[in-house]
Design a protein. Structure first.
Length: 56
């Protein structure tokens, strides 16, 4: 049995991480420039990780 762990990291996701999440939940086409601007203007963000990988 392996010890897989969830972890919450206090950082903004990268544009690529954000876009992978956006697409994986079916929110439609991603506008990369809008995604970048949205992340830059965010007051607070976290990234959820599981077993060392970003969840998306």
């Amino acid at each position: 049995m392996t010890n897989q762990q969830y972890e919450i990291i206090n950082r903004s996701p990268t544009v690529e991480e954000h876009n992978l999440l956006w697409e994986s939940v079916g929110w439609g086409a991603v506008d990369v420039d809008q995604s970048k601007q949205s992340l830059e203007n965010s007051v607070y963000a976290v990234v959820a990780m599981y077993d060392g990988n970003v969840l998306s």
